[in-house]
Write a protein that binds this ligand. Structure first.
Ligand code: NAP
Length: 259
């Protein structure tokens, strides 16, 4: 429904762009005219995704990067600027997670998730800042979180704390960097039925119907729903929107609170 030139002339870096939600965001951004850099730890997956976008007539490149490593993130940002001439949009989408009761969670397991989700997001924001500030469109940072980072997430304290931390970081940066023309927002997806995580956690374990019923709309979302939200926040349609957490969860969070 967006015009094909909605993101024309912009450059986006998407962490975790080789699979799942990050890949759908990258595909939509490219269709709307942005040049996209996909980063992730698995070189083949980000390369294959970038090649597919280029075959479809878009412009994409890939860079093997572990977001836990600040130097690697900085290099990915610099490679993006070198290849595409600047950076206008950063999508912090990369994340890791596993279910574990907190009493059994090792400090190492805790640190790993905090390192990917929270520290990785900080690394992206920090490394991208000078280029986003220089963007002629105004910079835009979009981080993918979840309302489970606000409500709490029994069985995933590490991911919950990391996502809550990203929300807080984003609101802080929205104020600190607003004067630099940088907008900083988050998206909170609900359960997205066509992702590997939901398939593994809910559908394969026979909890699909139960989890879908926890949303007000009574169904899972689709990757495209999140890509559409990410396109909105990256575009001029959202040029006065900053510090916002766009909840795209079919009313799951509200139903949780209301019932
Ligand atoms: P996914 O397919 O597992 O994607 C995660 C991506 O992050 C992968 O491409 C992975 O690639 C990358 N990644 C992991 N660790 C990394 C690291 N250290 N450095 C760089 N990249 C790394 O998951 P998804 O379901 O699409 O989720 C995407 C985002 O949405 C996450 O932030 C997740 O928390 C959030 N979310 C998802 C749902 C849902 O229903 N799926 C709901 C709420 C929120 P490599 O392994 O190759 O590095």
């Amino acid at each position: 429904m967006y015009k094909d030139d909605t993101l024309k002339g912009r450059v986006a870096l998407i962490t975790g762009g080789g699979s799942g939600l990050g890949l759908d965001i990258a595909n939509l951004y490219a269709r709307l005219g942005a040049k996209v850099m996909l980063v992730g730890r698995t070189e083949e997956s980000v390369q294959a995704a970038a090649e597919a976008i280029n075959r479809e007539g878009g412009t994409a490149a890939a860079c093997r990067t572990d977001v836990r490593n600040y130097e690697e993130v900085k290099q990915a940002v610099e490679a993006t600027v070198q290849q595409f001439g600047g950076l206008d949009i950063l999508v912090n989408n990369a994340a890791g997670n596993f279910v574990c009761p907190t009493a059994e969670l090792s400090p190492n397991g805790w640190r790993t998730v905090i390192d990917i989700d929270l520290n990785g997001t900080f690394h992206g924001c920090h490394a991208a800042y000078p280029y986003l500030k220089a963007s002629s469109h105004g910079g835009s940072i979009i981080s993918i979180i979840t309302m489970l980072g606000v409500t709490g997430w029994p069985g995933a304290a590490h991911a919950s704390a990391a996502k809550g931390g990203i929300l807080s970081l984003s609101r802080t940066l929205a104020v600190e960097w607003g004067g630099d023309g940088i907008r900083v927002n988050t998206i909170s997806p609900g359960p997205i039925g066509d992702t590997e995580g939901v398939r593994r956690m809910y559908i394969e374990t026979g909890r699909g119907e139960l989890e879908a019923k926890k949303t007000a709309l009574g169904r899972f979302g689709r990757k495209q729903d999140i890509a559409n939200a990410a396109a909105y926040l990256a575009s001029d349609l959202a040029c006065y929107v900053t510090g916002e957490n766009l909840i795209v969860d079919g009313g799951r969070w509200l139903k949780y609170v209301a019932e």
